[in-house]
Design a protein around this ligand. Structure first.
Ligand code: PLP
Length: 416
């Protein structure tokens, strides 16, 4: 094949097995009817009838937007009120101590891009967990960085602090900056949630790694599923551990409106920097705003204005919280149905606490998923297991799903 791509771009392609499986499932549902197909690939909340959920309070504010509000260029950094609202919505009562600054981004993905692009050097290794969202690989590789993984969960089913420490210390010894992308709550694809004590232990390990050195660590807690990770106040407590850190540790929270406001396609989020150093805070805004200008320029005005309208009215915030609580509980109920049946059948799954996905670890995930498709069931094969989207499968369809999975595993001879 004649290639015209530049050296660093040659051979790249976006192979997205999630969208591939979803497309197949949607086409089949169109042909046979929704009730004949189980589509457990979608990473968005679907209601019990299979319709995409868009929170009512969000819909209402969207409809009220004026042309000026949705069509104007937003400031590159984002509207000031929007950025304040992101900080409030993200931290709630658990605002960490320090200088806190925010820059608008197109979703959480934009945060990951800028964090990697601006805080590591070409050729550096970026530390991520073994169980991670596939887009992490693309962001890291497309920026000409390399992937280093540590195991998220140890044999006892807890955060693997030992491996985290080993990989972290090794990278700190080799690189000036170490960027860590840590989707530690309602993890995609497992649903694992680090406890406050586990976050504290991870931060303590980072402190120890850079103490008395000229090295820096940039920790990026990816909180994409924050609003469905637990009770509102309780699930935000861990943010406190990011306060009062030495100046060579910068925390950048990857905040997004994709899930919490059900605005997936509107591409809106914010990078929220927490630092004890005023200069680092200023630099955070300067360099990230510059990169925004050089990549996507300004972000979408409409979701920023809708969020401002919601967050400036306590009654609307109350409504938002109620709606989120309802869907959080619905997802938990679906997950509980699967886990109960899986337990009865002896199917192992990675410890699930909350979030959109459950992972069933195995070798040969592709063969099992192919087998399930013969029965019009669609799940996502990963390298080390199968991802089941509990956010999108109704309780009715969830009943008996573990049994069907077990049958498919037995038929293709897969053991865990
Ligand atoms: C782990 C994780 N991080 C971040 C995101 C953010 O996505 P977006 O860029 O759509 O906000 C997602 C979305 O699927 C995700 O699964």
């Amino acid at each position: 094949m004649y290639s015209i791509a530049a050296k660093q771009a040659k051979g790249k392609f976006a192979q997205d097995n999630i969208f591939a499986a979803n497309n197949k499932a949607v086409a089949l549902a169109d042909k046979l009817g929704n009730d004949k197909v189980i589509n457990a690939t979608v990473g968005s909340i679907l209601d019990e009838d299979g319709n995409l959920v868009v929170l009512d309070v969000v819909q209402e504010e969207y409809k009220k937007l004026t042309p000026r509000q949705y069509s104007s260029y937003a400031p590159i950094q984002g509207y000031a009120e929007y950025l304040d609202d992101c900080i409030d919505q993200c931290f709630g009562e658990s605002r960490p101590a320090g200088y806190i600054r925010a820059c608008s981004t197109p979703g959480g993905t934009g945060v990951l891009h800028h964090a990697v692009h601006n805080y590591s050097e070409i050729g550096d290794e970026i530390l991520i967990t073994d169980w991670h969202w596939g887009a992490y690989d693309s962001v890291i590789k497309d920026n000409n960085r390399k992937i280093r993984t540590f195991s998220l969960i140890n044999k006892e089913g807890h955060f693997d602090l030992d491996d985290f420490r080993i990989q972290l210390n090794d990278l700190v010894s080799k690189q000036k900056n170490t960027v860590i992308l840590l989707n530690g709550i309602a993890n995609n694809p497992t649903g694992y949630c680090m406890t406050v004590a586990e976050w504290q232990a991870a931060v303590d390990a980072i402190r120890a790694a850079v103490e008395n050195t000229d090295k820096n660590v940039i920790l990026v807690p990816d909180v994409a599923y924050l609003d469905y990770s637990g009770e509102k106040k309780e699930c935000r407590k861990f943010f406190k551990v990011f306060g009062n850190l030495p100046k060579n540790i910068l925390v950048i929270v990857a905040y997004t409106l994709s899930k919490g406001f059900t605005l997936y396609g509107q591409r809106m989020g914010a990078m929220i920097g927490i630092t004890s150093d005023e200069g680092v805070a200023k630099e955070f805004v300067d360099i990230n705003q510059y990169s925004s200008r050089a990549t996507w320029s300004n972000c979408n005005s409409a979701p920023q204005q809708a969020m401002i309208a919601i967050c400036r009215d306590p009654a609307k915030i109350e409504k938002l919280d109620e709606e989120r609580k309802f869907y959080f509980e619905m997802i938990q109920q679906r997950a509980n149905i699967f886990m109960k049946e899986a337990d009865e059948l002896g199917i192992k799954y990675v410890p699930y606490i909350s979030g959109f996905f459950i992972t069933i670890p195995m070798e040969g995930a592709q063969a099992v998923c192919d087998k399930l498709q013969e029965d019009n069931i669609f799940m996502v094969p990963l390298k080390k297991g199968i991802r089941l989207a509990v956010c999108s499968v109704s309780k009715k369809k969830m009943q008996g799903l573990a049994g069907k999975l077990k049958a498919a595993m037995d038929e293709v001879g897969v053991r865990q």
